[in-house]
Design a protein around this ligand. Structure first.
Ligand code: F6R
Length: 612
């Protein structure tokens, strides 16, 4: 989704804000632009459709782009095609105000009509341009820029993170948010605004997370935060506790590969400090629930999107199995609009890596408005979902840059399994099981590493399916959501159509697709339904499907029915997804890479989906 960076200080703003938006490239975008105020106090705008490199190439000589204040934007098109005209920044009629925007102005059509009737001339198709003209309109009336921004934002329906500069105030940025993330970075005699910490972390680790309806006015020496109703706000300064190396690729070709390889560590981080071996249970202090309250939980709703939704499905299987508590899993986009029934003693969990996904946030708010206690399972500290939840659990996976989510899933599943044991041990789950779970969980990072050590072999197998046009993923039980996840990974980065199915469902329809050209990737691990899934495999083989099996180490017989086998270590059933997903992530990665595709920034996708 769109990215925002702004700088005011003593340095030349242009290289700083360009570098900043490059750090946001991973979020997905299709055009980019900057606005600066130069030494002569002139507002200069440069924008370009395509990549940031195209924008850089189009810039005039450095002396024409230098100034101590600037804003930059990467746009992910929603209203209007990804053209240079539609790219941000947008300006008011007299070209004194430049504005960049993340989010969607829902009532832009009505506002645009009114402004056009008052002789405002629009040049783009965007919803954003309305905001610029609206602020320009109030600025003309009030002659006070902050007041004009406040008045304009009061009329706006929708979501926004905005940053504004104006040639009448050549050392000041105004930025505001509602629904879209925005932070203020505090440096020495310089300040930054950004939609994402990674844009500015090389300059400062001291930040303020703006809240909805807050507006910051900042120059190189100080800042003031007010609300939209002009009340002064005292904000808390937070310290970012990770460093720049976590947002750099290092020795890896792509962020996705780096993040796949980080999983022994990230999974360890998700359970570290949360195991209580002496009581054969776990602790999740961030929930802030007493033992009594945890015992009273009768039902869970888990809400999420995409890969996080797959983690939720795995969580359902584990929690119902171990804690015997019914769990409903739902897409956030559906939950928010269907007037969900939330009985007493139901707790709602929302899962979001970014903590900013618009649908998940809206579902959280819907559940809260119905009186439910809502807990977040998030990765990004200080994200909107983390802040708006009644409590929660950070997965501590570290920054995930690759658009295709990998390490977040394994960390989310780890946390959900801790939750299952916590709830289970307060009910009927035996201490023997609790102990086995802890012993097995501790071994998972080393087992993931063993699978990663087989990377070259998996790459070879990827070579055998890289030219396919379709693929089918099959799994059962706790590995059925992993089949869905494997298919999602393949389709989103390699553009090969792929579907995931519970293996036994295949004969109810998808079997019609199987022929000698169809790769069928099957998770067939040694557990109670192993024999059943082998029968499903026989059905595929009988129709000449090309079988790639994810199998348990030591299972030699599976070779007879498979074209290729990828072995993973044995573990207890509930922890299998933490292992079975790894080869599927690697398989998707290598297929996309062998097809020479942009693995980290697949077409049309954005890392954090902050629009509906
Ligand atoms: C797929 C992927 C997406 C996200 C989804 C939710 O690889 O990354 O499906 O999982 O957009 O994002 P979060 O977890 O940030 O709410």
């Amino acid at each position: 989704m769109c990215g925002i960076v702004g700088y005011v200080g003593n340095r030349n703003a242009t290289p700083i804000i360009i570098e900043g938006i490059k750090r946001l490239e991973y979020r997905g975008y299709d055009s980019a632009g900057i606005a600066i105020i130069n030494k002569e106090h002139e507002l200069k705008i440069f924008k370009e459709a395509g990549k940031i490199i195209d924008l850089e190439r189009s810039l005039p000589a450095p002396n024409e782009t230098s100034g101590n204040i600037g804003i930059a934007h990467t746009r992910w098109a929603t209203h209007g095609e990804p053209t240079t005209t539609n790219a941000h920044p947008h300006t008011n009629c007299c070209n004194t105000i430049a504005l960049i925007h993340n989010g969607i102005i829902e009532n832009y059509k009505i506002l645009r009509k009114k402004l056009e009737a008052e002789d405002h001339i629009f040049v783009s198709e965007t919803d954003t341009e309305v905001l610029t003209h609206l602020i320009g309109h109030f600025y003309r009336e009030e002659n006070n820029l902050l007041l004009a921004v406040q008045e304009a934002l009061k009329l706006v329906e929708g979501a926004y993170g905005i940053a504004i500069i104006c040639s009448d105030f050549p050392d000041q940025i105004i930025a505001a948010r509602k629904g879209s993330p925005l932070i203020l970075g505090i440096g020495k005699n310089e300040f930054f605004v950004a939609s994402d910490v990674s844009a500015i972390i090389i300059h400062t680790k001291r930040v303020i997370y703006l809240q909805d309806n807050e507006i910051v006015t900042v120059n190189k020496n100080n800042f003031e935060i007010t609300t939209i109703n002009n009340k002064i706000v005292t904000a808390k300064v937070s310290e970012i506790d990770w460093d720049v190396s976590s947002i750099e690729k290092g020795e890896y070709k792509h962020f996705m590969l780096k993040e796949i390889f980080e999983q022994p560590k990230s999974v360890g981080n998700a359970f570290r400090g949360r195991l209580i071996p002496e009581l054969s249970t776990t602790r999740l202090g961030g929930l802030g629930l007493t033992e009594e309250e945890l015992r009273q939980v009768e039902r869970l709703h888990i809400i999420a999107c995409g890969t996080s939704w797959h983690a939720a499905l795995i969580g359902k299987n584990i929690i119902e199995g171990l804690a015997r508590i019914p769990v409903e899993v739902e897409y956030a986009s559906e939950y928010r609009y269907r007037n969900p029934i939330i009985p007493d003693n139901t707790v709602v969990f929302v899962i979001s890596q970014s903590g900013e996904t618009a649908d998940t946030l809206a579902a959280l708010r819907e559940a809260k408005s119905k009186g439910a206690r809502v807990f977040g399972i998030t990765n990004v500290v200080g994200s909107t979902i983390a802040r708006e939840s009644d409590g929660g659990v950070y997965i501590h996976a570290g920054t995930e840059i690759g658009v295709a989510s990998t390490k977040a899933l394994t960390s989310q599943v780890t946390v959900l399994s801790l939750l299952a044991v916590l709830l289970g041990r307060m009910r009927n789950l035996s201490s023997t099981y609790g102990t086995t779970f802890i012993e097995e969980l501790i071994k998972i990072p080393e087992k993931i590493q063993r699978i990663l050590d087989n990377n070259e072999e998996i790459k070879k197998i990827a070579g055998t399916i890289k030219d396919s046009t379709n693929a089918l993923y099959l799994g059962r039980g706790v590995n059925y959501p992993i089949a869905l996840e494997g298919a999602l990974k393949l389709k989103e980065i390699s553009y090969i159509h792929a579907e995931g199915y519970p293996a036994a469902e295949m004969k109810h329809g998808p079997i019609a697709l199987i022929d000698k050209n169809m790769p069928v990737i099957v998770i067939a691990l040694k557990d109670v339904i192993y024999d059943k899934i082998v029968s499903n495999l026989e059905e595929v083989k009988a129709r000449k499907g090309r079988i790639i099996t994810i199998a348990t180490e030591g299972d030699e017989t599976i070779k007879d029915i498979s074209e290729n086998v990828i072995y993973i270590p044995q573990t207890i059933n509930v922890l299998q997804p933490l292992l079975s997903v790894i080869p599927l992530q690697l398989l998707a990665y290598h297929v996309a890479d062998l097809r020479n595709l942009d693995v980290d920034q697949p077409r049309n996708l954005a890392k954090s989906v902050t629009v509906e």
